[in-house]
Write a protein that binds this ligand. Structure first.
Ligand SMILES: Nc1ncnc2c1ncn2[C@@H]1O[C@H](COP(=O)(O)OP(=O)(O)OP(=O)(O)O)[C@@H](O)[C@H]1O
Ligand SMILES: [Mg+2]
Length: 348
């Protein structure tokens, strides 16, 4: 993501992303073919032009931020900044100065005036990710900002007019949070003039082959010249899996396979064990003060080898380490000889 040259990004810029210059905007490619996504995207088209505040709901990794960017791109604010901030990543006082800015000397460490993200986003879109994490104090200030269209920098006396379109996202059940008294009802109604729900990947499995091809052809590791394509057998396994981490999980796995696959074609054996055998859950015991990380790792690696009947290539793939690392570990544990035979001999 590029950063605009129009303004200086506030500190902690890793927590937020800003772009606003005409030629710097990344193009937004929402890969899909399912009806449910077509419906969602036509809704995005319709509401983008309005100035309505939009709440994007959906499980983690479903593409909420991508939808938010698309709303911005399709709006008449598209040549103005899109500014994203993760509300769950900062404690209250920092978040307030990040959002609304502060005046010089307003608190210890405020050596200079800082422009807040709401001001940076003026004319454009402010994306509040994980809005369900806002503390009551910030909720009240955000509500005032939405109602009045003006902000006060921390320590500042003057109201500053700011025109933004607000897009918020959460993977929480915000209505439930309202009922429990954790989220202000008046703010809830202000942020969701329109609500959109991004469906989980398991509800649109027909999108999986397209997404896999997209990630394999555009992934950061494509130059490694491995894992260009997925075999039908491997794709069938990908289609069966439930994808609890949604598209982000699919993307991570595609990137991993481009590093680990043996050849151009991704075979079932190249897929992580968690995808091939999703029911085989690792049982984590409670913390054991006598168990070191080293010992835990050793036990886990030996368990993986037993699971794959001594097949070191498959065990290394499933563990997400190279075969060379696995050999080194076995030498280190003094277990190398035991696993020198490739596979367990039947009957032994
Ligand atoms: N339809 C899609 N086509 C292409 N890439 C997608 C699609 N949906 C999501 N992605 C990619 O998947 C990743 C996760 O998407 P995004 O960050 O928008 O999800 P999110 O719902 O905001 O996740 P989280 O709840 O974890 O913040 C991103 O790298 C995004 O570019
Ligand atoms: Mg997100």
């Amino acid at each position: 993501m590029s950063e605009s040259e129009n303004f200086i990004l506030p500190a902690n810029s890793t927590l937020n992303q800003t772009y606003g210059q005409k030629n710097q905007r990344p193009s937004i490619n929402i890969i899909h073919k399912s009806e449910i996504m077509k419906t969602l995207l036509s809704m995005v088209d319709r509401v983008a032009q309005s100035s309505a505040n939009i709440l994007v709901l959906g499980e983690s990794g479903t593409g909420k931020e991508l939808i938010a960017k698309s709303l911005h791109e399709k709006s008449n604010r598209k040549f103005k900044p899109f500014v994203a901030i993760n509300c769950g990543a900062l404690r209250e006082s920092l978040l307030e100065s990040e959002l609304f800015g502060h005046e010089k000397g307003s608190f210890t460490g405020a050596y200079a005036r800082k422009i807040g993200l709401a001001e940076v986003a003026n004319g454009g879109t402010l994306f509040l990710d994980e809005i369900g994490e806002l503390t009551p104090g910030i909720q009240a200030k955000l509500l005032r900002f939405i109602q009045e269209g003006e902000i006060y920098r921390v320590g500042g006396k003057d109201a500053i007019k700011v025109d933004i379109r607000l897009v918020s996202a959460t993977n929480r059940d915000l209505e439930q949070d309202v009922l429990k008294g954790n989220f202000r009802e008046d703010l809830f109604y202000r942020i969701n003039t329109i609500t959109t729900q991004v469906p989980s990947l398991r509800r649109r499995k027909e999108d999986i082959p397209l997404l896999v091809n997209f990630f394999l052809s555009s992934g950061v590791h494509r130059h490694l010249n491995r894992g260009h394509q997925m075999s039908d057998e491997a794709m069938a396994i990908m289609m069966k899996y439930d994808w609890p981490g949604n598209i982000r999980e699919l993307q991570n796995i595609c990137e991993r396979m481009q590093i680990l696959a043996e050849g151009h074609m991704i075979m079932p054996g190249d897929l992580p064990e968690s995808v091939r055998n999703p029911d085989q859950k690792v049982v984590m015991n409670d913390y054991d003060p006598n168990l070191t990380i080293h010992e835990l790792e050793k036990r886990y690696i030996l368990k993986a080898l037993n699971h794959f009947e001594g097949n070191k290539t498959r065990a290394a793939h499933a563990l997400g380490i190279t075969i060379k690392t696995l050999y080194n570990k076995l030498h280190e544990y003094g277990e190398f000889e035991k696993f020198a035979i490739h596979s367990k001999i039947p009957g032994q």
